[in-house]
Design a protein around this ligand. Structure first.
Ligand SMILES: Cc1cc2nc3c(=O)[nH]c(=O)nc-3n(C[C@H](O)[C@H](O)[C@H](O)COP(=O)(O)OP(=O)(O)OC[C@H]3O[C@@H](n4cnc5c(N)ncnc54)[C@H](O)[C@@H]3O)c2cc1C
Length: 395
């Protein structure tokens, strides 16, 4: 049996290795001049390749039940796989990196294993069509190839500069593509004057609302920028934000700049009683970034020389609202070019539990091409490895 893996990225490399270990003749067709280009960019070049907590809560997909069972039953296989190719993990707060702290290690060890197993890697080859014959005819910019089975592992259109055609190829074969939208990406606000707060980083809690209905919440550091907001907690919300806006609804992020306080009013009132006569700036100086506090006071039209007691009740409530429930209306995201992944892709209900297409026998679909997207923290590579292992062991 001859198998073609289209795409030498995270999922494709692992799938090819698992197939070759079973003695199957595998060829990888890769668009770029070398494999694993995106893997090299992961985790700021350090490659956060897995996580200790692979809970389904960290994912969005069109079939969470299937996703949960496939992930939970293959976690050990991922650890065994990385041990077997020689990766030594460095685990920080449950996040896995290669001990060398460089993504090149992951690429090099995957490539070394491919070479040891005699996997044929044909680079600079763009697949533009798959034709189901007795087997499959793969049409590329160079030659046409014939294979018995095909694994589509061409990733997503996130963060790539040239054309991406994976969805088009699978749509032509009859697959339903859930509209891909940017995810794990920075968000832009409507008010284009965010210059004042640019550069401030604060630990916050961010809650997402769709037309005022609560969706979800993340804690973490937010980076305030001249276009809007960024940071891991914001990126984790961003795929859902893209979907809300694409559905024509309003996406609002409420930022709590002083999280984990039950009663904000009481906090300020108590500090005011303790630090009698001090201005609001002075009583909150040690609690919130002073630059941000000035911006919030300005937004509330509150004179920075005033004390808490000098504020009207309305102004007090307005200040509390802006400190603990700052409303950021999202205009959109920084787009696919800045996105780490996409939300959307091939409907997960259209593959069986070996990742074989339910529409075309002998065609397998793995990795980010499928409608699965995870939080920052090794979840997206985690799914790429798992889908590659499962397909590679079952074809
Ligand atoms: C900047 C950045 C940082 C990231 N950091 C992390 C992180 O730290 N942890 C994490 O878990 N995830 C991270 N991700 C996400 C992660 O990289 C992807 O989810 C993962 O690489 C997906 O694996 P894949 O095999 O599906 O696709 P890819 O790894 O993208 O591989 C797809 C391959 O297919 C090739 N290809 C595409 N089209 C064709 C075609 N028509 N013909 C032939 N070949 C084709 C591509 O060139 C590519 O080599 C990050 C992503 C980015 C962009």
């Amino acid at each position: 049996m001859k198998v073609c893996v289209i795409g030498g990225g995270a999922s494709g490399m692992v799938c090819a290795i698992r197939l070759a270990r079973r003695g199957i003749d595998v060829t990888i067709l890769e668009k770029n001049n070398s494999v694993c280009k995106k893997v090299l960019a992961t985790g700021n070049g350090k490659c956060n390749y897995f996580n200790d907590n692979m809970s389904i809560d960290h994912y969005r997909s069109s079939n969470n039940e299937f996703l949960e069972s496939i992930i939970s039953s293959n976690i050990n296989k991922v650890h065994e796989f990385f041990d077997s190719i020689g990766v030594v993990p460095r685990i920080k707060n449950g996040y896995y990196y290669p001990f060398s702290n460089t993504a090149t290690t992951i690429k090099n060890l995957l490539l070394l294993e491919c070479n040891k197993l005699g996997i044929n890697i044909i680079s600079d080859t763009i697949v533009y069509d798959i034709i189901k014959d007795k087997g499959f005819i793969i049409k590329t910019n160079n030659l046409d190839y014939k294979f018995d089975k095909v694994v589509m592992a061409s990733g997503s259109c996130a963060s790539i500069k040239d054309d991406y055609n994976g969805y088009k190829i699978l749509k032509k074969l009859g697959h339903n593509i859930i509209k891909p939208l940017p995810a794990l990406v920075m968000l832009e606000g409507f008010d284009n004057n965010y210059k004042d707060w640019a550069g401030i980083r604060v630990d916050v809690s961010v809650s997402l609302y769709e037309d005022n209905n609560y969706i979800c919440k993340y804690d973490g550091e937010v980076q305030l920028t001249n276009y809007g907001i960024s940071g891991i907690c914001v990126m984790n919300l961003s795929g859902r934000v893209s979907r809300i806006i694409d559905n024509g609804k309003e996406a609002i992020i409420r930022i709590n700049f002083i999280p984990n306080i039950d009663d904000g009013y009481k906090l300020i009132d108590d500090r005011n009683n303790l630090l009698k006569g001090m201005t609001i700036i002075e009583i909150l100086e040690s609690i919130i970034n002073y630059k941000l506090l000035y911006i919030i006071l300005k937004k509330c039209h509150i004179d920075t020389n005033l004390t808490w007691n000098e504020l009207s009740n309305d102004k007090k409530m307005l200040l509390i609202d802006n400190l603990f429930n700052f409303e950021f209306v999202v205009r959109g995201s920084k787009g696919f070019e800045c996105a780490q992944v996409v939300s959307g892709g091939v409907d997960l209900n259209e593959v069986n539990n070996c990742f074989e297409s339910r529409i075309i026998n002998g065609l397998y679909i793995i990795g980010e091409l499928l409608d699965v997207d995870g939080d920052c923290g090794g979840y997206n590579l985690g799914f790429a490895w798992i889908s590659g292992i499962v397909a590679g062991d079952n074809i």
